[in-house]
Ligand binder design. Structure first.
Ligand code: ACM
Length: 261
């Protein structure tokens, strides 16, 4: 199976321009699953909820329509961050797009910093079967909560797709390696780079998107800056092997009888 990500630098609020850039980068892609960053069409650093509301979109909507067109042409499935508007609420979501359109939406469950003023959190985890492989979705800050990835892995996820706009340097680049290793899953972290300034404050995004193997090794890591579309071939069956030694299995050895919930 060919998996990958697009690292790039959206221009805040320029939704048409960002969609066009994404389309230009992806339209001739040859892959099975490609992950895009968090909020790659709207940008991230909202000053007010009103500003976020103006940039939000429904699912299906312009972004999923654009990605569906590419999916129809190429057969590639996409997991993209999206600023989702639904029933008057805003969600920081990851949407899974197939040739038939959007098939599943995960709403970020752990909201970071001022996101709490703009978004409602999601309330569930689930996995989706793509071409016989089970994938789970998380968004950015969710990486810091081991329970989130563990829940997806226990549900059977083989690949965790992780759109991100990371601002704390070198943290998720480490945690996602550990999450992949402790759960024996593949991890695709698609991060953005660049910066956004609002009212004298600057968010700098850390790039270094990466794909991690179930043994915790970095298959590939991008630079801190710069666009990159990276695709690699993996064997998803590797994520079904949960033994660390012949006598140790990362799921079966858990001591749920003594852990605190
Ligand atoms: C983040 O969750 N975007 C830092």
């Amino acid at each position: 199976m060919k998996i990958g990500y697009l690292q790039f630098n959206p221009d805040f609020g320029k939704t048409d321009k960002n969609r066009e850039q994404i389309q230009n980068k992806l339209e001739n892609i040859k892959a099975d699953i490609v992950v895009l960053p968090e909020l790659p069409v709207s940008g991230y650093f909202f000053s007010t909820k009103k500003e976020a509301e103006i940039l939000a979109e429904p699912i299906p909507g312009p972004t999923t329509n654009m990605l569906q067109k590419i999916s129809l042409k190429t057969g590639t499935y996409f997991v993209s961050g999206i600023l989702e508007k639904s029933n008057g609420n805003l969600y920081n979501s990851a949407v899974l797009i197939s040739p038939e359109g959007p098939i599943s939406t995960y709403r970020k469950t752990h909201l970071f910093y001022k996101e709490k003023e703009f978004f409602q959190p999601g309330n569930d985890y689930f996995i989706v079967d793509i071409k016989g492989v089970k994938i789970g979705m998380l968004v950015c800050f969710d990486h810091l909560f081991p329970e989130a990835a563990r829940t997806l892995a226990l549900m059977g996820a083989q690949i965790i797709c992780h759109p991100s706009n990371l601002v704390l340097p070198e943290i998720a680049q480490q945690t996602t390696r550990v999450r992949a290793l402790e759960n024996r899953v593949f991890w695709i972290m698609a991060n953005r780079y660049g910066s956004e300034t609002k009212k004298g404050k600057t968010n700098t995004y850390t790039g270094k998107s990466q794909i991690i193997a179930p043994n915790g090794k970095i298959i590939h890591q991008s630079s801190a800056e710069g666009d990159e579309l990276y695709i690699t071939e993996i064997d998803p069956e590797d994520a079904l092997k949960k033994n660390i030694t012949e006598l140790n299995n990362v799921f079966e050895d858990r001591r749920t009888d003594i852990y605190i919930n």
